[in-house]
Design a protein around this ligand. Structure first.
Ligand code: SAH
Length: 221
């Protein structure tokens, strides 16, 4: 675990530059940019990557998983249209960075990770930070029926289809942002799904991305 919680002026300066890069790449939501400016991304990486924490790149975080690229985090968060006080369910805690960005925007975040070792490592990091994030070890395909309904659902792993249980756990008018597998190009298309009054789903797509796969059941792999 990275126990170096220091957030220096240098880190803060690098974060400001990252925010400007994201702005240049088309991220316009000021609440999202301000959350990226607030969350110390270097703390979520293994210490050998600290120097690179504020490049717009994905990195390995152990257990074969990655912390998403800042642009992808900002892009998904912007699509999610988060407002203060909303209940947000995240599938794929990974490093915990995306969850803390959502919490920095004032959301009440519930996040599920299926990978046992990563779950405990990340829980340890989040507990040392001032963000309100509840972590769960479990299978994201099942969601968190006990805590439903959610205003927003964000999936941060490549899913073969929209998981039905997660749709059930969304409020009417709720929004889900989910990368859906496109087997022909080995990546995913980002979808925003709105649950309308009659329960039907309205979908829009927002370009191609590359995520690790959304797998079933808790694993030690
Ligand atoms: N949001 C993360 C990026 C996660 S990478 C971050 O900010 O760092 C995707 C994560 O989803 C991996 O950690 C992977 O183990 C997890 N995952 C894959 N399938 C899952 C499932 N069914 N339920 C919960 N987590 C899952």
């Amino acid at each position: 675990m990275n126990t170096n919680l220091e957030d220096t002026y240098r880190h803060k300066g690098l974060r400001k530059q990252l925010v400007e890069q994201l702005r240049a790449k088309g991220i316009t939501n000021e609440a999202v940019l301000s959350a990226i400016n607030e969350v110390p991304r270097h703390i979520f990486l293994d210490s050998s990557f600290v120097e690179l924490a504020y490049q717009d790149m994905a990195f390995p975080i152990g257990s074969g998983q990655t912390i998403s690229q800042p642009h992808t985090v900002a892009f998904q968060t912007q699509l999610l249209q988060v407002e203060k006080g909303m209940k947000v369910l995240e599938i794929g805690t990974g490093s915990g960075y995306q969850a803390c960005v959502l919490a920095a925007m004032g959301a009440k975040v519930f996040t599920i990770e299926r990978q046992r070792n990563l779950y405990f490592k990340t829980k340890g990091i989040i507990e040392q930070l001032p963000f309100r994030v509840k972590t769960f070890l479990g299978d994201g395909y099942e969601g968190l029926p006990t805590y439903a309904p959610f205003d927003r659902v964000i999936i941060t792993a490549g899913a073969p289809s929209i998981p039905e249980a997660l749709v059930q756990q969304m409020k009417t008018g709720g929004i889900m942002v989910i990368p859906i597998d496109q087997p022909e190009n080995e990546g995913q298309t980002m979808l925003r799904v709105v649950k309308s009054d009659d329960g039907s789903l309205k979908q829009e797509s927002f370009g191609d991305f590359k995520f690790v796969p959304m797998l079933k059941e808790i694993g030690n792999d």
